[in-house]
Design a binder for this molecule. Structure first.
Ligand SMILES: C=C1C[C@]23C[C@@]1(O)CC[C@H]2[C@@]12CC[C@H](O)[C@@](C)(C(=O)O1)[C@H]2[C@@H]3C(=O)O
Ligand code: AKG
Ligand code: FE2
Length: 359
């Protein structure tokens, strides 16, 4: 397997990431509170100690037998795992990363042509419609038909986007298949028949799949301080499954069951899988949707790409009957994905979105 090249740092002149008053910023940083930016309030959190990475999370080797049981254990304990030996060529990841870096290096006005996100499009610092902010710019779009098309974002249909489009097509087809394989292994590990009980909902013609490219510019102002700027605030993903890949810049953290935050070492050749809220419900709470966040790096750009696999809008999200023990009751009232999404878009990032659906 050849090694991927690190992307160049994006030229900072192309990014509108600057604080308007850096002396105000620094005094607030030292007080470990919140960045006093007239427009945005990006939270600061204590930086992980250098080299303090959590090594206890599960690594699933798809090339080895026994991965179904290991995946189930990972989803129960962490709602999160790393996948190696997945068979997806590193070229697919590198090509898309190259296209993403090219896009995020465009002049700001060019990027803004695809924004603001509504909910799809180019976004800068503002995440979602309810006041959440982070040290991030992104491109968010719906995958609207199979194999892959992007009617939700006009610029991707322009002739000049053809290399971007083909990198996206190849990458998304591959990670969609990976998501399907993982969902089948989950069913196998849980001893659910048929094997495609979960995967068929996400792989349906009408499934609600979205894709996100995130760019976290470096934040050198924080050099020497013991806190980090929040790139993407804590949240759980509302969908069934999220398949994340990033370049070799650290930043992702997950919350353990005791509420503590641990840093995940980056690995640009592997995928990181999040259990989403919908899968927590479909397993009646056996699997946990993982709380996670991203901290911006002081020196390096982080570029991540995330496939979110959801079910069709009209599909009911409920525990699978095959899984329920005798007399076992659903922990949740019945709802459709459409209802859940509506509620999610009324919530803030850190809200416990499933709370209002618990019985
Ligand atoms: C604050 C928000 C952003 C978000 C929609 C929401 O109102 C709450 C859920 C957020 C989230 C988290 C996971 C994904 O990145 C995302 C695309 C999703 O489906 O739910 C985002 C939403 C977003 O950025 O629009
Ligand atoms: O960019 C990342 O590494 C994770 C971002 C994330 O959690 C999200 O977009 O939902
Ligand atoms: Fe997420």
């Amino acid at each position: 397997m050849h090694h991927l090249e690190s992307p160049p740092l994006l030229p900072s002149s192309h990014n509108q990431f600057h604080f308007q008053n850096s002396s105000v910023l620094l005094s607030f940083l030292q007080a470990m509170v919140v960045v006093a930016n007239p427009v945005d309030q990006i939270s600061l959190v204590r930086s992980p100690k250098p080299g303090a990475y959590f090594s206890g999370f599960p690594v699933i080797n798809l090339g080895e037998p026994g991965s179904a049981a290991a995946i189930v254990k990972a989803c129960q304990e962490f709602g999160f795992f790393k996948v190696i030996n997945h068979g997806i060529p590193t070229d697919l990841m590198a090509n898309l990363e190259k296209e993403a870096v090219k896009y995020f290096s465009l002049p700001q006005v060019e990027k803004e042509r695809s924004g603001p996100p509504n909910p799809f499009g180019y976004g800068n610092k503002r995440i979602g419609p309810n006041g959440d902010v982070g040290w991030v710019e992104y491109l968010l779009f719906a995958i609207t038909s199979k194999p892959v098309s992007y009617t939700s974002l006009a610029f991707l249909r322009e002739p000049s986007s053809s290399s971007f489009r083909s990198a996206l097509n190849e990458y998304i087809s591959a990670v969609r298949n990976l998501a399907s394989e993982l969902l089948e292994l989950m069913a196998e590990g849980l001893k659910i028949e048929p094997r495609n009980a979960f995967s068929k909902l996400v792989m349906d013609e009408k499934s609600d799949e979205i894709f996100r490219l995130n760019h976290y510019p470096p934040c050198p102002l924080l050099q020497g301080l013991s806190c980090s700027l929040t790139g993407f605030g804590e949240h759980t993903d509302p969908q069934v499954i999220s398949v994340l890949r990033s370049n070799d810049t650290q930043g992702l953290q997950i919350a353990l069951r005791d509420g503590s935050w641990v840093s995940v070492p980056s690995d640009q050749e592997s995928f990181f899988i999040n259990v989403g809220d919908s899968l927590q419900v479909m397993t009646n709470g056996r699997f946990k949707s993982v709380k996670h966040r991203v901290l911006a790096n002081r020196l390096k750009s982080r570029v991540s790409m995330i496939y979110f696999g959801g079910v069709p809008q009209t599909e009911t999200i409920a525990p699978l009957a095959q899984l329920m023990g005798e007399g076992e009751q659903s922990l949740y009232r019945e709802f459709t994905w459409e209802e859940y999404k509506k509620a999610a878009y009324k919530s803030r990032l850190a809200d416990n979105r499933l709370g209002q659906f618990e019985k």
